[in-house]
Design a protein around this ligand. Sequence first.
Ligand SMILES: Cc1cc2nc3c(=O)[nH]c(=O)nc-3n(C[C@H](O)[C@H](O)[C@H](O)COP(=O)(O)OP(=O)(O)OC[C@H]3O[C@@H](n4cnc5c(N)ncnc54)[C@H](O)[C@@H]3O)c2cc1C
Ligand SMILES: Cc1cc2nc3c(=O)[nH]c(=O)nc-3n(C[C@H](O)[C@H](O)[C@H](O)COP(=O)(O)O)c2cc1C
Length: 586
Amino acid sequence: MSADVSLLILYATETGNALDAAEQMARETQRLGYIVRIASTDTYPSADLVHEHLVIFMVSTTGSGVEPRSMSALWSLLIRADLPTDLFDGVSFAVFGLGDSAYEKFCWAAKKLVRRLSSLGAHEICPHGEGDEQHPLGIEGELDPWMRRVLSIIKEQQPSTISTLWDAASLPPPRISIQSETSKHKEDPDPLENKSDHYLARIRCNERITAQDWFQDVRHIDFQFDQDIQYAPGDVAVIQPLASPQDVESFLTIMGWGNIADETFTILPAPHGLPISPTVPRKTCLRTLFTRHLDLNAVPRRSFFQFLRHFPLDELELEKLNEFCSDEGADDLYAYCFKVRRTIREVTEEFRSLKIPREYIFDIFPPLRPRQFSIASSVKVHPKHIHLCVAIVQYRTKLKVPRRGVCTTYLSSLEPGHTLHICIQKGPLSLPEDPSTPVICVGPGTGVAPMRSLINERIHLGSTKNTLYFGCRSTEKDQHYAHEWKSHVDAGHLTYRVAFSRDGAEGTARIYVQDLITMDRERIWELIDKRNAWVYIAGSSNKMPLAVKGAIENAAQVVGGQSEEQAKEYLRILQREGRLVEECWS
Ligand SMILES: Cc1cc2nc3c(=O)[nH]c(=O)nc-3n(C[C@H](O)[C@H](O)[C@H](O)COP(=O)(O)OP(=O)(O)OC[C@H]3O[C@@H](n4cnc5c(N)ncnc54)[C@H](O)[C@@H]3O)c2cc1C
Ligand SMILES: Cc1cc2nc3c(=O)[nH]c(=O)nc-3n(C[C@H](O)[C@H](O)[C@H](O)COP(=O)(O)O)c2cc1C
């Protein structure tokens, strides 16, 4: 590793976790005295990589083992066949992958990156880390030990020209500085409202489509736009949630900010501060920040507690926080917070003596992240409209108050007439060019959303060879859009197969979409192998996608006479050709 005092952290993220990890790493390496640059893989000029001395990559994996969109250009460049094998001879690197072992291709993007950089001559200073959403402590479960390993290697080789700026146990400098304004100063408008890919929408209807007495509230939400919008089946709507006025008010009061909640201030960069998101207005107030930009309803990470312990005044609270942050206290912290999904607001209600300076809010509170939802309508059938099919997240833990999803709780509260800005993003699905090509759509639960878009668009374009496998628990309670499927079936435009997993008598085996596919394997094989059908799978990322692919492999073996290995290869080819596409989420 070269004796250079500068270091680059590159992150590739889809939903912001890799950025969080990159910022934690940046703070730690700044502490050691390095001049740290931090950039997203799509804003960093890739050709400059050969001139770097030390690069730390934080890379998540998205849909079916793919790198985040922001990394596509860098990856295309790296895999060029004409690159010399000593291209990165002078470059040292470390990679941390973020992923979820519930997916088949766990941390695939990070693994690919390590292999490719090494084959181009770069030197890996420490084996790559793999953060797993399934770990009891989430991504941080592996991030913390991996960072410690990397930092100790960096420290050993640290040039003598630099020295540690602040001690690991002391409070780092704040990320921003704040300039108070007179009360006459108005806040800046929300930058999201002026972004060209955000469109103003009005709620037309927000209707529950599961039975009133059913445990799960699933909504059909219809958004109307004044302007023409364009999207294709498989595209997603990105929704920025807002915290409720009641939650914000009670939080600001607890934090002792009630009296200054609406005072306007200007956010300025601080020495050693990291950049803050361009979507945060620079002239703003605490109420706006905690309503739109900082998440008080998230389950906090360990780093949240590491910061908090610098701010309480009460001895007992300080002792508790120190215990949570110690290695011995990890189990207690897990039981207190992560296991029961306690929120930041609830933690602050218990640590009453906290006095946090405003300069530290961007260090302590996580950003309020937008969420993606598969569009459930076809713009050709419903111009200027977007439909979503949303499962409202609510569940219980040992805590008395039920846990609620941040964005779906916000969506469930929206009345017809309410306006909000929505961003439309390209999704992974595409339609076969020839409309006579059959499609097989597998979309249990809210996985039916992109299938509704796709099937309605195909029918509108005159394609009738559509098959839908839908799965739910009960015929009467949660069979989303049943009347629509029936009318398509009656018109001869759809083959509809539905698995009701809980309708059978007590003790009977539960039937899922993959079981129906196995029952239908003669027809499935005929469609895929003889008539070149395209297959789409959407919905929960737990066992369903793997089980569905297993059922198709079974058809290849039993009906197609293939060996197990041939059947697996057959599916890999379908995926490579884009004829088998997944859009799954946890
Ligand atoms: C490409 C894509 C398309 C999507 N399309 C849709 C769609 O069409 N419809 C749809 O409803 N959603 C869809 N989602 C999911 C959606 O983006 C949100 O993740 C989801 O709605 C929850 O958001 P939230 O803010 O309400 O919940 P959050 O506040 O983010 O909470 C969700 C978290 O709560 C925890 N949790 C949830 N349920 C339980 C439980 N029973 N027990 C314990 N912990 C639990 C889990 O940790 C989960 O990650 C899609 C996601 C992606 C990536
Ligand atoms: C649509 C979707 C697809 C995903 N696919 C994979 C995958 O194939 N392999 C994996 O290890 N993790 C996968 N994940 C999990 C993410 O990598 C993980 O949640 C990570 O923390 C996201 O980091 P980011 O916010 O920086 O993008 C997927 C997550 C989503 C929402």
